[in-house]
Ligand binder design. Structure first.
Ligand SMILES: [Zn+2]
Length: 415
């Protein structure tokens, strides 16, 4: 086996031939002169073989993966060809995108590593400057998603996610059936959501939407009513439960303010216990709640109401769920706990849109919540983004509707 063949086999260079090898010790780099093997001189537009017009005078350089600390570079002088349909063009480069300065293999590594770890760690593994790394990452994501259209959207979920302190938000639109993010845009006002409906969906697509899920904010509800004529609105379970929890906590805070020294010590450490789902309470928790029943009736009452409301989500018949909700609201109003009564008033205003949760078969909850958790993880891992766009790109990369690494040609997807 010759040196060139050996190197080619070692680096798994399929579809190209090595014509020269140079090691540059000072740069810790291995330069390979390469050329396409059997697949050269093809038009990048139509893939047909064209006649060679001339060879470019300067060699182009592509950065490839690292092997044992050596950075591999490809060198090649591309040819200008004449295609019957497309005229004079530069030939297609099989190992890299037309304007890229790195190979598909390295792009693939950049994408996969950024899904797994912080950009800092990934950049170090690939022996790259942090800025170069994020440059490549965002450019590749943009290239892959360029011209992408949303397809077959039937159930949408809309939610806001904060990405920086000081109320900086992005609006995230989920496809609840396929469990992925289809769109992310800066801001959380009506303009942001209008941009999505106007720019990304055709009128036909808007009519195809059957279920829409969002929180209780009037902005999102209004936008869905205006844009999706056939959609049934479902208020998100997660947000309703959160609102009820907040109401219960307000009762606790009220009692805490009114309590005197000894009473306060009895109420200490209660917060997280009350938030717990009934099925997750330990024996110890139950004992504490039992003493609370005698000690502070009002907090206990709020807690029981919160626990009871959870039954609602398990109904499968809408009429039964409606009956339950009506009874629960009556009981809650009688409790004379102002924060809970306020919650009841909100619920009553949106009853129809809460019952639709049962009709939809409970599509809303788990999916957007699960995706939200991943988005939060992405946010925490990056510990701050330089721009909104950087955050948006990473959401597309990790939970977007396009599997971005899978868009790199198969034979370059080696780890
Ligand atoms: Zn062509």
């Amino acid at each position: 086996m010759t040196d060139k063949k050996c190197i080619s086999k070692l680096l798994k260079l399929t579809g190209l031939r090595v014509t020269g090898i140079t090691f540059k010790g000072r740069e810790k780099a291995l330069y390979l002169c390469v050329k396409p093997y059997k697949n050269g001189c093809r038009c990048p537009e139509c893939g047909r073989r064209g006649k060679i017009k001339r060879t470019m005078p300067d060699a182009r350089k592509w950065r490839d993966v690292c092997v044992c600390g050596w950075i591999v570079f490809f060198l090649y002088c591309p040819k200008e060809i004449v295609c019957d349909t497309h005229g004079r063009v530069q030939e297609e480069i099989p190992w890299a995108d037309a304007f890229a300065r790195i190979t598909y293999r390295l792009e693939y590594l950049v994408l996969v590593y950024s899904q797994l770890m912080t950009q800092k760690a990934a950049a170090e593994l690939l022996h790259m400057a942090r800025s170069t790394f994020s440059d490549i990452l965002h450019r590749t994501i943009h290239r892959v998603r360029d011209g992408h259209r949303i397809r077959a959207l039937k159930s949408v979920g809309i939610d806001e996610v904060s990405y920086r302190k000081g109320h900086k938000y992005v609006t995230v639109v989920y496809d609840l059936e396929r469990a992925c993010v289809v769109w992310v845009g800066p801001g959380k006002d009506r303009d942001a959501i209008d941009t999505f409906f106007n720019e990304m969906l055709s009128d036909y697509q808007k009519k195809q939407i059957q279920w829409a899920c969002c929180d209780m904010s009037e902005t999102y509800i209004g936008a869905i009513k205006d844009h999706c004529p056939n959609a049934k609105l479902v208020l998100d379970r997660f947000h309703i439960a959160k609102a009820l929890n907040a109401a219960m906590d307000d009762v606790r805070k009220e009692q805490w303010r009114e309590a005197t020294g000894t009473e306060r010590s009895a109420l200490k450490g209660l917060r997280w216990l009350l938030f717990k789902h009934p099925s997750k309470r330990t024996q110890q928790d139950k004992r504490i709640l039992e003493t609370l029943r005698k000690g502070n009736r009002r907090i206990h009452r709020a807690c029981v109401l919160k626990d009871e409301f959870d039954i609602f989500w398990n109904y499968s018949a809408p009429w039964a769920a409606k009956r339950f909700l009506k009874r629960w609201c009556t009981a809650a109003l009688k409790s004379r706990l102002e924060p809970i009564r306020k919650f009841v008033r909100t619920i009553k205003k949106h009853t129809d849109n809460i019952i639709t949760f049962i009709e939809s078969g409970g599509i809303t909850n788990a999916i957007s919540e699960g995706l939200n958790r991943i988005i939060r993880m992405v946010k925490n891992r990056a510990s701050g983004f330089q721009s909104v766009q950087a955050f948006i790109d990473l959401i597309y990369l990790t939970v977007g509707d396009v599997d971005i690494p899978a868009q790199i040609p198969v034979r370059f997807r080696t780890l």
